[in-house]
Design a protein around this ligand. Structure first.
Ligand SMILES: O=C(O)C1=N[C@H](C(=O)O)C[C@H](O)C1
Length: 310
């Protein structure tokens, strides 16, 4: 199980590969996991936003988890995970829904499948009160699998106040936050007192800025590619070498901008297919493939960019 001290470094929210028929593509998934675990990342997130959680059935999550744990229990030649003596790659499973009981049940099942923590998004759509949101996290944390809260108002339609988030982070069993609020204000407010549980950046274009404001790492879809460059941005920042970290990050920005010009994960799936890691860039509806214009721009970056495709 993950502890709050391990909520640092880079976590990659893995895509869920589909065949053109729409079925799971396990061969591509295994290739992706095998490739990712050769990097010094802190963990992989299964069934996150980038994993298209709204259209992946729970039985499919279980199939993916079995395949992933078989690969990640042997992580040859890697240092132990930061903050622990664990050598296998930690796995965080997305279990958040807008139904508290269903999310708690999923957290329990994820724990029995070997998840090291669960990612729980702010309950979307129903527009619950701040009290309701706290109670949601309390119920799920009671299951006993470490919980990483996930605040992403642009997708959920609700916004958690800073004071509410402090209460959520105070819950026993909540080990940190993934901040996809779209600005650095939330992380600055939370970390200002110096005693917050860790906050990971979940907004790729703000990764460096959030590290400067006290974030302990990032959960970044774009780190599927150029993984070592994202790790370098992180490492330099943790060494206090912020301007060198910014230089590396600035070279990644054109890539990040293109990967989020249209809805994630369509652009990253297209790119991974070009790199031969995915057999197909198929998405499940209502997600649709990227436009020809974005294909052309990403293709140009692949051909010319100093940072992509190496
Ligand atoms: O799947 C995730 O985790 C992430 N989701 C965010 C989103 O798609 O809005 C972006 C971030 O890179 C990671």
């Amino acid at each position: 199980m993950l502890s709050e001290h391990q909520i640092q470094g880079i976590f990659v929210p893995i895509v869920t590969p589909f065949l053109p028929s729409g079925e799971l593509d396990l061969a591509s998934f295994e290739r992706m996991v095998t490739q990712l675990q050769t990097h010094d990342i802190q963990g992989i997130v299964l069934n996150g936003t980038t994993g298209e959680s709204p259209t992946v059935a729970w039985e499919e999550v279980s199939t993916l988890m079995q395949s992933m744990t078989a690969i990640t229990k042997n992580r040859p030649g890697q240092e132990p995970v930061r903050g622990s003596d664990q050598n296998s790659m930690p796995i965080i499973v997305g279990v958040g829904t807008n139904d508290t009981r269903a999310s708690a049940r999923r957290a329990e099942m994820a724990g029995s499948m070997g998840a090291d923590a669960v990612l729980v998004v702010t309950p979307y759509y129903s527009r619950p009160s701040q009290e309701g949101i706290v109670a949601h996290y309390e119920q799920i944390a009671k299951v006993g699998v470490p919980v990483l809260a996930y605040e992403i108002p642009s997708r959920t339609g609700v916004r958690v106040d800073v004071s509410t988030m402090r209460r959520i982070l105070d819950i026993d069993g909540v080990i940190g936050l993934k901040d996809s609020t779209g600005s650095t204000d939330f992380v600055s407010a939370l970390t200002a007192s110096g005693n917050s549980k860790p906050v990971l950046c979940g907004e790729d274009r703000l990764f460096h800025a959030m590290l400067c404001q006290g974030a302990s790492g990032g959960m970044l879809a774009s780190a599927h590619v150029e993984t070592d460059s994202f790790l370098e941005v992180y490492r330099l920042a943790t060494e206090g070498r912020y301007s060198e970290s910014l230089n590396t990050f600035n070279r990644l920005l054109p890539l990040i901008e293109l990967l989020f010009r249209e809805s994630n994960p369509a652009p990253i799936k297209w790119l991974l297919k070009q790199q031969g890691l995915l057999a197909s860039d198929t998405l499940r509806l209502p997600m649709t493939p990227i436009t020809a214009g974005l294909q052309a721009d990403l293709g140009q970056l692949l051909a010319e960019g100093p940072y992509v495709g190496k």
